[in-house]
Design a protein around this ligand. Structure first.
Ligand code: AMP
Length: 503
């Protein structure tokens, strides 16, 4: 089983089919893309790399990303995608930890990267010359062989390398067609968010379907550019974290645009608040599907389908909208106590996932692997509850739970309420150390541009909707929330600020 075979077969059967665009410019057909991947594979193996060895990608979104992913797989090599926003030293740490034998960079991201082996800028003649090598025959791989070594963001300690196999990613790709969306050759995936993460992973189902792959000319996410691509290319799909969805919706509202040209926006990776998805559906139309997953079971744990999002007549629609949907086809999901004992429906515990998308383990880290994988179940570290219909509602990561005066407070519940206050654009709730209560609830609130938000109003709405003990003891009005490259709010950073403010 080799993921690159999905490219090879379309390259043979339908070589003229459009494959890769940079902006609206067609850069190569499926025949050309397959040939480039085969030549890159030939060049990499000619430099002495053996199957199973690691190749680091430290680049902005770039047309070369795809041919490198598939070229590495073609040669039996393992891709190590690195978040383009990391510091050079952090990328070097990942290169050393994964024992990468070679790295590919774009100069804006990776100039100066020191690795134990060649470091090649994809915009130089050196890279172009690799594409002149003799093509390699597609290398056979076992289903359990590594394909993708993904370093988790690691909010505590050093990042861990999640080992994903050809079978993990093949299953993830096939599952997209059942649980997320049908795709055909007329469709297009746009890589706005980083290709080192979910957006790049979704290249796999789109390659299986022989769809168009579009890298924005800017190499990043700019709402105006994405709307332009949707208008010019049509049938565009994209993976987006909730904050990215929000920026698309803000842009559409400001410009008086609808969802024309977009097919599907798959959102996930962080909580989507009920108010936000309602607004997104109103502004951009019935184009959304939610997924919940994590690096350790990429894009596949649960999904909330387009039909479920639109079923407003359902008596439990409001709860479903705030849930992450039901288990995706290849996995089982359960909720347990700290010892792995299944909890009754409705009780909050740790979310466990088992199935063919679950990682093989953490790279050279048996202790972390033993803690995360027990009896075949992945312990996700997320807290949630299941209802009788199989819908999972996430509370928070266990580390984000606030314990105040002995009571558990799930920040998301407070955030959902704050977001209903007129003039509030974003909210993030964390615990601050407190000598009397252990922790107290602090809310960081971002007002909408031009809006004035009064803490008395925030407090009044909280009093109306949630228990008194969950109410923030303090509100901090801020211009923006700290976020990582994937659009996730960095709660560790907010907690750090509170701690430092105190000191
Ligand atoms: P990562 O491994 O970087 O993809 O982060 C995965 C984590 O993001 C999960 O463990 C969840 O805590 C969170 N997450 C992913 N999808 C969702 C979702 N749909 N709703 C809420 N949180 C999510």
């Amino acid at each position: 089983m080799n993921l690159a075979n999905t490219l090879r077969r379309i390259g043979l059967a339908d070589p003229q089919r459009p494959a890769l665009y940079e902006g609206t410019q067609l850069r190569c057909t499926y025949g050309e893309l397959a040939s480039r991947a085969a030549r890159l594979a030939g060049a990499l193996r000619a430099t002495g790399l053996a199957p199973g060895e690691r190749v680091l990608l430290f680049m902005r979104n770039h047309p070369a990303y795809l041919e490198l992913m598939y070229g590495c797989w073609w040669a039996g090599l393992v891709v190590v995608p690195v978040n383009a926003k990391l510091h050079l030293r952090e990328a070097e740490w990942i290169a050393a930890n994964s024992q990468a034998r070679c790295a590919f960079v774009t100069a804006d991201v990776g100039a100066g990267l020191q690795v134990d082996g060649a470091c090649i800028d994809v915009e130089t003649p050196q890279y172009a010359s690799l594409l002149e090598a003799a093509p390699l025959e597609l290398q056979a791989r076992a289903a359990t062989d590594l394909a993708w070594l993904f370093y988790t963001s690691g909010t505590t300690g050093k990042p861990k390398g999640v080992m994903l196999t050809h079978r993990n990613l093949m299953t993830m790709g096939l599952t997209y067609f059942i649980d997320v969306d049908a795709i055909d050759a007329r469709d297009a995936i746009v890589y706005g968010p980083p290709m080192s993460h979910g957006a790049g992973i979704y290249a796999i189902p789109h390659m299986m379907a022989g769809a168009r792959h579009v890298v924005p000319a800017s190499g990043g996410f700019d709402p105006a550019e994405i709307f332009g691509l949707a208008r010019d290319l049509g049938r565009v799909s994209m993976f987006a974290a909730p904050t990215v969805v929000k920026r698309l919706v803000d842009h559409a509202e400001a410009q008086g645009l609808g969802g024309d040209g977009f097919k599907t926006i798959v959102y996930g990776g962080a909580p989507m608040y009920a108010e936000d998805i309602k607004r997104a559906l109103r502004v951009l139309g019935p184009r959304f599907v939610q997924i919940y997953g994590q690096g350790e079971t990429p894009m596949v744990a649960t999904a909330l389908s387009r039909a479920q999002l639109l079923d407003t007549e359902h008596p439990r629609h409001a709860q479903r909208l705030a849930s992450v949907g039901v288990a995706q086809t290849p996995v089982e999901v359960r909720v347990t106590d700290a010892d792995g004992r299944e909890l009754p429906l409705g009780e909050v515990g740790e979310v466990l996932v088992r199935g063919d998308t679950v990682m093989a383990g953490y790279w050279q880290n048996p202790e972390a692997t033993a803690a995360a994988l027990r009896d075949g179940w992945l312990f996700t570290g997320d807290m949630g509850s299941l209802d009788a219909d199989g819908f999972l509602t996430l509370k928070d990561r266990s580390k984000d739970l606030i314990i105040s005066g002995g009571s558990n407070i799930y920040p998301r519940e407070v955030e959902e309420v704050l977001l209903t206050v007129p003039g509030v654009a974003e909210a993030a709730v964390v615990g601050a150390p407190d000598p009397e209560w252990g922790e107290v609830v602090v809310a960081f609130v971002v007002p909408q541009p031009g809006a004035s938000v009064r803490t008395a109003d925030l407090d009044a709405v909280c009093l109306e909707h949630i228990a008194r003990f969950k109410r923030p003891k303090r509100y901090e009005l801020v211009d923006a929330l700290p976020k990582n490259n994937y659009g996730k709010v960095l709660k560790t950073e907010l907690r750090r600020r509170l701690k430092e403010g105190k000191e």
